[in-house]
Design a protein around this ligand. Structure first.
Ligand SMILES: Nc1ncnc2c1ncn2[C@@H]1O[C@H](COP(=O)(O)OP(=O)(O)O)[C@@H](O)[C@H]1O
Ligand SMILES: [Mg+2]
Length: 273
């Protein structure tokens, strides 16, 4: 099993853009973690460091007991799979099934394991019915699931999903939720970058907030979405339900529709109506 550690990491792109400053983060094996924050905060850069696509300018990144600077991206990505923010940066086969099979084949898994993993990943991502299709004929939301399946099929201990909720409707979001639960039951570590605050509160108990190249909070949704300073610095908007509860003057900590409803019902009963 693989623990991740970013130790006092800074990163600058070759053109001099400073994307991360003194970032420290530990992700224990098997944990489900969300990273949130405005565009440009440094989220994608941080996760690319975790799978060895980028190497730190200062500090160190450890994947298990490997310091990523001593390993190639191909080696690190066997342990940490990364689903790109933009699916079109990742897809290069003419049909969905070949795309999903490529990773496990390339890793030298035996044919039986390749087939089993491909089936599992396609089923989990709801793309079995489009196995023969050209990924570029599919809508963006489905293409994203194709890229998720291609990473899942490689069976890495850690999986990073960069904005999987972008462009998804309710069906897609529910599918993602189920997928997260399945991966957790298999003991996988899953790191998800997302802008969907409802999704975050529904599925994640640990949330890292990034702003201006740094981590400004690492806590649960109840703490983060009721913390004025964090919301202001990160320019994030809490889930609509939290805003409503705030406006109604209800006690803190309400984040989901069902929590709000049961609180209102309780008050109705206590009020004798
Ligand atoms: N390839 C690149 N070259 C130069 N600057 C980049 C590159 N990629 C990202 N950046 C810059 O690094 C900063 C962090 O970007 P990124 O990690 O993509 O943030 P996020 O994923 O939170 O939107 C931004 O200022 C962005 O413009
Ligand atoms: Mg990004």
């Amino acid at each position: 099993m693989t623990e991740l550690l970013l130790k006092s990491v800074s990163f600058s792109y070759p053109d001099g853009t400073k994307a991360l400053e003194d970032l420290t983060l530990t992700v224990p094996s098997g944990q489900r973690l969300a990273i949130i924050g405005q565009n440009g905060a440094g989220k994608t850069t941080a996760v690319k460091l975790m799978n060895g696509l980028l190497k730190p300018t200062e500090g160190a990144v450890f994947v298990g007991d490997w310091n990523t600077k001593d390993y190639t991206t191909a080696q690190v990505s066997r342990k940490v799979g990364y689903v790109f923010q933009n699916p079109d940066d990742q897809i290069f086969h003419n049909d969905v099934e070949s795309e999903v099979q490529f990773g496990p084949k390339n890793m030298g898994f035996d044919p039986e394991r390749v087939e089993k993993l491909t089936d599992w990943a396609m089923e989990l991502c709801g793309i079995r019915n489009v196995a023969e299709e050209n990924p570029y004929n599919l809508p963006y939301s489905v293409r994203k699931f194709v890229t998720i399946a291609s990473v899942l099929a490689m069976d890495s201990d850690v999986i990073i999903l960069d904005e999987p909720t972008a462009g998804q409707d309710r069906v897609g979001l529910d599918l993602l939720g189920k997928l997260l639960e399945e991966l957790e039951s298999k003991g996988k570590t899953v790191i998800t970058i997302t802008h969907d605050m409802e999704f975050v509160t529904e599925y994640f108990s640990r949330i890292v907030v990034m702003a201006n190249r740094r981590i400004i909070a690492d806590d649960d949704s109840e703490y983060i979405f009721y913390n004025h300073d964090i919301l202001e610095e990160s320019m994030l908007k809490p889930p609509a339900v939290a805003k409503m509860a705030n406006l109604l003057g209800l006690e803190k900590g309400i984040l989901t529709k069902s929590q709000l409803l049961s609180l209102i019902k309780e008050r109705d009963i206590a009020g004798g109506r």
